[in-house]
Design a protein around this ligand. Structure first.
Ligand SMILES: Nc1ncnc2c1ncn2[C@@H]1O[C@H](COP(=O)(O)OP(=O)(O)OP(=O)(O)O)[C@@H](O)[C@H]1O
Length: 488
């Protein structure tokens, strides 16, 4: 009963959402917990309520200073004593106040948590710590989509904070990442709460496009319709150049669009974020820098212009849509040239494992783009959730009528061509061969292919591209070539 009254008193909510109560009970009982729940499902409450009941401080590790500042502000408005410790903290007495147990919730960056002197922890332990929450816990894992080296060091807190329950929280974690979080935080027999990843109110759609001004015009026309129907839109781009170009095109037709990317100053980014939250902007055009902590309930459309770098990040970015539960849509527009960015993304890797992880998640995002079957099923199964039906009825592949035709001959030729390329080339070369390209590389493979292909089927031009989008090339390639398939 105390839990419900605390919820009512500070948050004004009458009931807990699924999983929240049991997680809070386990934490209050001193048990380590791993919480994997969809974006917007209410994970924050799981670590915000225990300190209010236990009357001890909750330590929350969070990766972003701006996110911590927003959360501290929101908690203060609810009458909860909260503060953050980071390089951006200007209140010099904040650390001393924290040691004295003056805060219910204390946010810290991982660096701060690892480098603050042990005496800080010993003092705080005497006043009382009820939990250490590691938010965005997937950052711990090299197999996650947003690995951060500082997160890997958090296990050190274990030796100092004996008997304090640790809670890892994330919206996106495959089984491998979940195991990594448990191991890395040295959790002992954790309570594991895994909610459904299914966001039923979201419609998923994907379309292959040719990049260029005519597509931008199409996009602007589409967004103009959205804007007329109210509700906010986010357009995620893969480059800053695209962000600038699309924002300009939207503004030219009178749409209130703002930008958010890594080359803007902190101040400009904050202003842009705030204007979007306050509905002064109808559309936010951003790179993935516009990330964690976007708690705007009425985002109706999330558009991706370009294939995302991982399926985890796609799920998280598209998940910002429709947090109020109202029908909303997530469209992804990709062109085949997007698939050539693997090496670029791998450049961020600091180990062989991480490079493989980046490559795997990028391949998963590509599969999502190319799949001809239910997108929701693919997304959910990627995160280890079983989706019993083959059709969700709420994605383009389930709702659009598709013409069926027998393309087994074309598929056979494409596979033969891939085999002739020896597995060392990407998808472009086999397609070029089938197109009858005059390129030197294509011609040398063509000699091998001539046995297989009579030169008539120029119609393979289009079909080979479509087949390559439809077939599970990774599996086929393993069967016929035995080598690793790499898109270029
Ligand atoms: N029991 C509840 N009843 C009603 N609303 C709730 C409840 N719990 C949380 N919420 C609301 O749901 C919204 C999402 O909650 P929260 O930000 O904690 O989600 P989250 O799972 O942490 O999402 P993300 O992964 O995107 O950070 C918030 O506006 C929050 O106030």
């Amino acid at each position: 009963m105390e839990m419900e009254s605390t919820l009512k008193e500070y948050y004004g909510f009458s009931t807990f959402r699924p999983y929240q109560k049991e997680i809070i009970e386990k934490i209050l009982g001193g048990r380590d917990s791993l919480v994997v729940m969809a974006t917007g499902s209410g994970k924050s409450l799981c670590y915000q309520v225990p300190p209010l009941i236990a009357k001890k401080t909750a330590i929350v590790i969070s990766p972003l200073i701006s996110l911590m500042q927003d959360q501290v502000m929101a908690l203060k408005q609810r009458g909860i004593k909260a503060e953050h410790l980071s390089t951006a903290q200007t209140n010099l007495s904040a650390q001393r106040n924290a040691e004295n147990g003056e805060y219910d919730i204390l946010y810290m960056t991982p660096e701060k948590a690892c480098f603050v002197p042990n005496s800080f922890w010993s003092r705080l332990l005497t006043t009382g710590i009820c939990l250490v929450a590691v938010d965005e816990a997937h950052c711990i894992s090299e197999w996650g989509h947003d690995f951060r080296v500082e997160y890997k060091q958090l296990y050190k807190l274990r030796d100092v904070l004996l008997d304090v329950p640790f809670v890892g929280l994330t919206a996106t974690a495959t089984e491998k990442v979940r195991n990594d979080i448990v191991d890395s935080l040295r959790m002992k027999d954790p309570h594991v709460a895994i909610g459904s990843f299914d966001r039923k109110n979201l419609y998923y759609g994907v379309k292959s496009i040719n990049r260029g001004s005519s597509f931008v015009d199409e996009l602007v026309a589409q967004i103009s319709k959205h804007v007329a129907n109210a509700g906010s839109t986010i357009v995620y781009c893969t480059t800053i150049k695209d962000v600038q170009e699309i924002t300009k095109s939207l503004c030219e037709v009178g749409i209130k669009a703002g930008m958010y990317h890594g080359q803007m100053s902190n101040k400009a980014r904050e202003e842009s974020h705030r204007s979007f939250i306050r509905d002064e902007l109808q559309v936010m055009v951003a790179t993935i820098a516009f990330g964690m902590g976007i708690d705007k309930p009425d985002i109706r459309h999330v558009i991706h212009y370009g294939c995302p770098k991982s399926l985890e990040s796609y799920y998280q970015e598209s998940g910002r849509c429709g947090r109020d539960g109202i029908t909303s849509d997530c469209w992804l527009y990709f062109s085949r040239s997007d698939f050539g960015k693997a090496e670029f993304y791998c450049g961020e890797a600091s180990s062989v494992n991480q490079k493989k992880a980046i490559m795997d998640s990028f391949m998963a995002a590509q599969r999502y783009c190319m799949k001809a079957t239910c997108r929701r099923k693919l997304l959910l199964e990627y995160f280890g959730e079983t989706f019993a039906s083959n059709k969700c009825g709420n994605c383009d592949n389930c709702t659009d009528s598709k013409e069926e035709s027998d393309i087994s001959r074309e598929a056979f030729l494409l596979m033969g061509c891939i085999q002739s390329c020896g597995g060392y080339w990407g998808l472009n070369l086999p397609i070029d061969v089938l197109r009858g390209s005059r390129h030197r590389n294509a011609q040398s493979v063509e000699v091998l292919m001539i046995v297989l292909v009579d030169r008539r089927p120029r119609r393979l031009l289009k079909t080979s591209l479509t087949i390559s989008h439809t077939m599970d090339l990774e599996k086929i390639f393993q069967q016929i070539g035995g080598r690793c398939w790499v898109f270029n």
